[in-house]
Design a binder for this molecule. Structure first.
Ligand SMILES: NC(=O)c1ccc[n+]([C@@H]2O[C@H](COP(=O)([O-])OP(=O)(O)OC[C@H]3O[C@@H](n4cnc5c(N)ncnc54)[C@H](O)[C@@H]3O)[C@@H](O)[C@H]2O)c1
Length: 235
């Protein structure tokens, strides 16, 4: 997020986790940036209405939306519960949908801008969790559709597809799982959050002015090279 405030953006940070979200906004302000925090749940259209009203009150105009909230469950098709399925689809897919639905008209009224949807390498390929995989494919499809609907309004909509990135979401992994994920990555390392942030900052900038409806992997080659990496083991 500081990648955006450091470039002069004023950012409304939102999160279900108040302490974590407030800390992100406070850190940006301490570094001289412009940021405010408002709690809420991306599954809830009332939260989106509150965020829209607050953003317009604080910033007058909104040009950018980044749909980044996400959850991951360790389930299989046979073990996933109805509640688990609904939580993951609700946060990852419905949350992104409600964000686009709420903010596209606001961005249009501001004269245009950009939306970035954070999908996953799982949205290009798969991942052991069925709801996560389905939600991230859904986000990718929603991005394509939104790019068509809102391109004429001067709003570009793109998805990014991170591979294995070191964050709170991946913190639970065992040493063996981390090693396996790094081994599957041709660059032989995990990604870092700032690298994904740099891609977001580029996509919302004027330098990306003709990029619309694109799906951009940021995965060290994971999704383009997994078969080749596997085959190389047997050479
Ligand atoms: N870390 C990775 O390896 C990786 C890989 C591919 C994609 N992604 C995606 O990147 C995005 C960011 O994930 P991260 O790795 O930083 O994980 P993270 O767990 O650190 O961040 C996710 C954030 O979403 C918030 N959140 C969860 N449910 C919410 C809700 N209902 N309403 C509002 N906020 C909610 C959480 O509180 C958390 O702060 C996610 O969409 C994730 O699926 C991450």
């Amino acid at each position: 997020m500081q990648t955006l405030t450091a470039r002069g953006a004023s950012v409304l940070v939102t999160d279900l986790d108040e302490a974590a979200g407030r800390a992100v906004a406070d850190e940006a302000v301490a570094a001289g940036g412009s940021a405010v925090f408002a709690p809420g749940d991306v599954r809830d259209s009332a939260s989106w209405a509150t965020w829209r009203d607050l953003a317009l009150e604080r910033f007058d105009a909104v040009h950018v939306l980044v749909n980044n909230a996400g959850v991951f469950g360790e389930e299989t098709i046979l073990s996933v519960t109805r509640a688990g399925w609904q939580r993951t689809i609700g946060v990852n897919l419905k949350g992104s949908f409600l964000g686009i639905k709420t903010f596209a008209p606001v961005i249009r009224d501001a004269g245009g801008g950009a939306i970035v949807n954070v999908s996953s390498a799982a949205g290009l390929d798969q991942n052991p969790d069925p709801a996560y995989t389905a939600s991230k494919w859904g986000v990718r499809g929603l991005t394509k559709m939104a790019s068509q609907e809102f391109g004429p309004w001067g709003i570009r909509v793109n998805s990014i597809h991170p591979g294995y990135v070191l964050t709170a979401m991946t913190d639970f992994a065992s040493a063996a799982m981390r090693a396996a994920k790094i081994e599957m990555t041709p660059m032989k390392r995990a990604g870092e959050a700032w690298e994904a942030a740099e891609l977001v900052a580029f996509l919302v900038s004027d330098a990306a002015g003709f990029i619309n409806g694109a799906e951009i992997a940021i995965d060290g080659g994971w999704t383009s090279g997994s078969q080749a990496t596997e085959a190389r083991r047997f050479r």
